[in-house]
Design a protein around this ligand. Sequence first.
Ligand SMILES: Nc1ncnc2c1ncn2[C@@H]1O[C@H](COP(=O)(O)OP(=O)(O)OP(=O)(O)O)[C@@H](O)[C@H]1O
Ligand SMILES: [Mg+2]
Length: 459
Amino acid sequence: QCIPSMLKEYLDTLTTRIVDAISPYDTITIDEKDPDFFGRSEAYLTTEAYLSATCASRARSLRATLDIDDDRMSLSMDDYEAVVDEFHGANMCWNKSKVVPRATTIITEHPGRTDERRMYRLTFHHRHRVLVEDSYLPHVLAEGREAMARNRQRSLYTNKPKDDWSGDYDAWSSVKFEHPSTFATLAMDPGRKQQILDDLEMFHDGKDFYASVGKAWKRGYLLFGPPGTGKSTMIAAIANFLHYDVYDLELTAVKSNSELRRLFIDTKDKSIIVIEDIDCSIDLTGKRKKKGKTKQKKKDDDNESKVTLSGVLNFIDGLWSGCGGERVIVFTTNHKENLDPALIRRGRMDMHIEMSYCCFESFKVLANNYLGVTDHSLFTEIQKLLGEVNMSPADVAENLMPRSKKKDADAYLGRLVTALKEKAVAGDKGEEEDDSSDEDEEEEGSKKNDNTDKDDDGK
Ligand SMILES: Nc1ncnc2c1ncn2[C@@H]1O[C@H](COP(=O)(O)OP(=O)(O)OP(=O)(O)O)[C@@H](O)[C@H]1O
Ligand SMILES: [Mg+2]
């Protein structure tokens, strides 16, 4: 403290030069404070996330933090700890240190807040300099961002009516997204499920590919099928698989195309934008017959919403869709045939996924989910009945739902057999669930279909 600051600076510089001259190691420092903003630098947070996800647990002394709304503690290296990360045969040594200001002149209202500055310092051999700059640091950045995306609390957003918007970023309101559905618990044809997973993985890791072919980094999925076949459940499973936020767009509350554009611009990256029951949300086609419509639908039509088909098409893949990246757009409908072909052509809705009545493979997933049963003497009979009767996975699940803590598989499977038999006797092929008495030609497509893997591609 007695050394004048100019002399100290000179001594520091001299020391650094001497060390550089004799040491074979290079160092890179990543500072906690962002020089341009208050708050912590992105480089520091990303590095911390990378180290926590990869090698920080090897440190003996760890620091635990709990963010507001978080359910579990996150662990990172404690101050003055060091860990070694191996990358392509080279040792990357990470230290965490902190600088404590010599004298605290400001006493803040928050006693816990100090002017301490933490930093990560990466030390590596000089011969790995190119490797570090060209490969290791980009690797740390990419993996760190991925880890941050995995750890963050995800949200479910819904659009507010325009009158309630205030400020610049208030078009959406949100709650925590905590839906438990996953692809493991989703009942559908295993081959089709794998295709969807592969497609999602390709999309998720496809940033460079999309850039190389000059396409905006987004993908559209059309989920269609009768009620209770798992369309909404699939959306939650996709969100959990990709670790994305969900924007549930209520199209009937949007009054104009410009409002729609503004809503789109206000969505963040790594998100799924969902429009459920797109055919009921708005009359986009002009083709739908009016005679069988319910009162509610008629009222919606009378509202003369100014959102037009071209507005929605622009929203999906107009120029504006290029702002930001990593967006998945999902439409659901019970009646694919009512949608305008322009709306669902490939490039807009890239993959058409039919969710159909419960097949035996789907039933096995549900039996395992609900009863923990993978085989049973009633399975053969159930397989035969499911081949004859259309029952939605929602109805099958309801029959398998345990009514007490004691899971009596015999009783619940027996109940399902009875329900299937009753349906078979009634000659009910599932159409009673279909509220579309007004539809002109109802195709066979939405009827019994064990081959859930058929879509327009013939996939
Ligand atoms: N394929 C499925 N796998 C697992 N559970 C399912 C499946 N389909 C339906 N279920 C169960 O049935 C309930 C209703 O399903 P969901 O809301 O996903 O149907 P939907 O296809 O979106 O129906 P709607 O067309 O009426 O919106 C869910 O809560 C879920 O528990
Ligand atoms: Mg639904």
